[in-house]
Ligand binder design. Sequence first.
Ligand code: R5P
Length: 291
Amino acid sequence: MAEQDFSKKEKNYYSDIPQKSEAFFLKGSNAYDWGMKNRLARIFNPRSGKTVMLAFDHGYFQGPTTGLERVDITIRPLIPHADALMLTRGILRSVIEPSVTNSVVMRASGGPSILKELSDERIAVDMEDALRMNVSAVAVQVFIGGHFETQTVNNMTRLVDMGMRYGIPVLGVTAVGTELTRDARYIGLATRILAELGASFVKTYFVPRFEQVAAACPVPIVIAGGKKLPEREALQMARDAIDQGASGVDMGRNIFQSDAPVAMIGAVRKVVHEGASVKDAYEYYLDMKKK
Ligand code: R5P
């Protein structure tokens, strides 16, 4: 306990300076409570307003994905370069050092493997366990137009309700089945539904006319990387997405399957946080690759 204040120094209440009350920096997030905003500010950098999330949760339905056979070896070197880690609770507990300071976005839905109907997902993490692991958000796949559409929407809305109780944001992930067209019309429909039903932020794919998708979505959108592309093309996609309204990337294979993953995540950071051109970011990638 502090000793009693016997200071002779004159007190200063700065009565001529009104206390500032600033709007929260993130799109659509101003009405949340402190804990929710603080968690979002651990995912999205308050200076740039953007995020580079490193996605390596692919094993939750497809097992040891190429590049993720040994997460302890391939992902560890990338961790200091990511703002947020998107992963499963199994990998978090078994492989990730508790001393990391990155925010964690935890995959909280699952069920079917690649051998079954993928949309038949259920909630896969209890919110109390997510809290125990100090996550900054939970992520749930929603299959708009999919076979189990209503069930996956219900997974998300239940997580949103539980998340609101504890101040945990929910990342709604638009899942695109092989039968659905990946275009602005579909992605615009799916992202808007997820935001309307309470997702604090949404993850989807970059598509032509993405600026319309971003404009119609009242919460931040992060884009998934998708299948591995040549590095320059992946950087171009990130540049275009940010320029057209994305608030960051949640990229996996285009980073961990790159020939030089550390150089690649550094180049992605340049695009997302520093506004670098594709040319400059690609040159950075080539330089870092040599080192
Ligand atoms: C997919 O299984 C996961 O939800 C990934 O987090 C997501 O697809 C992003 O990873 P990638 O950039 O490899 O598409």
